[in-house]
Design a protein around this ligand. Sequence first.
Ligand code: GLN
Length: 497
Amino acid sequence: MEKKQTIVEMSALELGQALKRGDFSVEESTAIYRDRIKALEPKLNAFISIEEERLQARVQEVKEGIATGKYTGPLAGVPVAIKDNICTHGLRTTCGSKILENFVPTYQAEVINRLENAGMIIMGKTNMDEFAMGSTTETSAYGITRNPWNEAYVPGGSSGGSCVAVAAGEAPLALGSDTGGSIRQPASHCGVVGLKPTYGRVSRYGLIAYASSMDQIGPIGRTVADCKAFYEVIAGYDAKDSTSSKAEPVPYIEKELRIAVPKNYLESDSDSKAVKADLEVCDAIHQAIRLLEHSGAKIEYVSMPMAEYATQAYYVIACAEASSNLARFDGVKYGYRSAGGQNLHCMYRKTRAEGFGKEVKRRIMAGAYALSEGYYEAYYLKALKVKALIQAEFEKIFEEYDCILAPVTPTVAPMVGESLVHPIKMYQSDAYTVAVNLTGLPAISVPCGLSGSGLPIGMQLIANRFEEEKLFALAGKYEVLRGELGRKAGISWNETV
Ligand code: GLN
């Protein structure tokens, strides 16, 4: 009993060290995580697929690899959960959709190669909103995922399964993808740390595309240090991704930081149209600001009027790209094929009608509309112009400030069943995260408080391109100032295993 709790309570880096020292074996630690998944899944549903035989074979391989010195890195032997839109060779990858129900990739994502070369062990594939379209992990064809802090609430989305797996101690680390906030927002709702890297810094090869100009894979962990260690495993140039960057990451030199806080998100008396954060969220953010100020940071409130249009521009661009990217799912090349088609066209139509869920169809239609003749200039082109203005606004901020501090979301996690009935309201809840994707900037989400109802609240730190080092340094410093929150899952460690 004692040992089980100790292993699950360890950070990923502590576990890696303990395995290296030989405190216990890779078999033992993986089995403990496996048991915990078995015990918690009936409640949480964070995973879509777990393949027992594959897992056992991998455990043996990693055990030998550690013994022979093949795997020497800090995360060798550490379990990891993978969002189900990241292709894994021979392991079913559904994207949360019925249309890819039986899709077993014949190749895999570059990030998977890298984490396997680091000796990490994939526990399974995690639940997500269908094709990463959503903010609650309620649009999956494989059931909803629940928030481990309180199962009546959603975990956020679309990387809800990955964030729940980490928050509940089903895996110490996970991979997610962030097109408009899908790592940062569920990390915030689940009380864990999540990084959306600079666009181009982590290979998208093998990530099933939603909106290619904004999609990014990123790490999720319980601590900033774990997140950083995992980021270092997956980041770097990859020739297989044409948008992968060769730029050197910017080294961080310790100094007095100047931090900008967008006031429109927090001040109810400002006359902007920005979505205002709830009082509890504002309080938590102000408390974080005070802590950082005491530690010597210079904090100023700024106005970012263009960022207020980010949600509208994001949804036009994201839907437009999705309508094009999802054209490949036609029942011919892979995945589900309707049995009912009498001819080719009918088969395409039925396959897509039966294979895609409601939210995905809504976005394909909205995107095709925005790209169609006569509307292209009014919607798509206009959205691109807004994106350029937002980019210019961020560039100007970074001329004067080292980074931006903001809430991740205007509210804590909504209750299960509340969001999908009001899609526009759900889209508006992405107001603070999407600008980062439109601009390709890096941002980290760190827990900064708990609401009165005991749900986690997160803050995000945004830096200039390739300044992940700065984000990790500042987030790490804040984590120490803040204290223990974020390390503990909602489900008490010893409840089940
Ligand atoms: N909630 C946003 C959307 O539905 C973001 C999704 C994401 O980042 N994958 O588009």
